[in-house]
Write a protein that binds this ligand. Structure first.
Ligand code: SAM
Length: 284
């Protein structure tokens, strides 16, 4: 079955009485090149166990199944389960896990399903919860080697941005702390059914063996970064002071003690710079 053929999809969905749910971010791929390219970007091979989020009717799942040792796909919408049972029937190495990715114990799931395989994540993510999913996948310190995800282009730009450069944001810093990220390619709205309003893009994140910087208090470090980016167009000092509930004078003193101008913007700060400011604040 061609899972990217619009007519086939419509007939399949109609036969199962399926209706698209906007609230679940359902935009299914209809350009057959894209799932093949996402799977190739993930570098999945027979030594890999691939965790997929949101298989939909399975176009990416089938591409992954042809390359990987095993594919485990988490799908929230139970209405898709009978469709997946039909479309994934040819693949003995695919297992569908019903559930919400944000609520599942992914560490346990990976341990249980991927013994002897190298776990990776590959997905065309539901766009309404891109950041929470990426943060959970990275922050939970899952035993995965890489994440290859399709998201809205704007979100992809943030995931791939290097801290200390203009496009950087709190999530760019978090991604960079845990992984090395790379923008892979973009996909036009017409590659999906129904078509979203915006362009999409694929980002690959290779998990670092150890975080990019050593910090003593990781929670405090990320709280500082979130505060710094919490109020766009403000200086880092103003944003950190209001975000962390500290006096502006003490934050400016820490920023200057760390070697920066008091008016520096958060986008200009690298991961090491934030670590220095955290240390200077802690030393006060
Ligand atoms: N992989 C398919 C494709 O590329 O055609 C579908 C991708 S669609 C953008 C996102 C999928 O994620 C949908 O199947 C949707 O039902 C599912 N989904 C949405 N929220 C989810 C969640 N919290 N946990 C797991 N799956 C979810």
């Amino acid at each position: 079955m061609n899972l990217c053929d619009e007519l086939t999809i419509r007939m399949l969905l109609e036969r199962h009485g399926f209706h698209f749910s906007k609230s679940m971010g359902q935009n299914f791929l209809i350009d057959p090149q894209i799932p093949a390219d996402i799977a190739a970007a993930s570098q999945a091979d027979e030594t890999c166990g691939v965790l997929e989020i949101g298989p939909g009717i399975g176009p990416l799942t089938s591409e992954l199944a042809q390359r990987a040792g095993k594919v485990v796909s988490i799908e929230l919408d139970r209405a898709l389960l009978p469709i997946l049972a039909e479309t994934m029937a040819p693949y003995s190495n695919v297992e569908i896990v019903p559930g919400d990715v944000t609520r599942l114990d992914l560490k346990a799931l990976i341990g249980e399903k991927f013994a002897g395989l190298r776990p990776i994540v590959c997905a065309n993510l539901p766009y309404y919860i891109t950041s929470p999913i990426v943060m959970k996948l990275l922050g939970d310190r899952l035993p995965i080697e890489s994440l290859t995800v399709m998201v809205q282009k704007e979100a992809a730009d943030r995931l791939a941005a290097v801290p200390g450069t203009r496009a950087s944001s709190a999530i760019s810093c978090a991604v960079s702390y845990y992984a090395k990220s790379k923008m892979m390619f973009t996909a036009a709205p017409g590659s999906f059914y129904p078509a979203p309003k915006v362009t999409s893009a694929v980002v690959r994140m290779d998990i670092r063996p150890t975080p990019a910087v050593q910090v003593e208090d990781e929670d405090g470090y990320f709280a500082l970064i979130r505060a710094a980016f919490g109020q766009r167009r403000k200086t880092a000092a103003n944003a950190i002071a209001s975000g962390l509930g500290r006096s502006k004078e003490s934050v400016i003193a820490a920023i200057e003690a760390a070697g920066f101008d008091a008016r520096i913007r958060p986008e200009a700060l690298t991961l090491e710079d934030f670590a220095k400011i955290q240390q200077a604040l802690a030393a006060q």
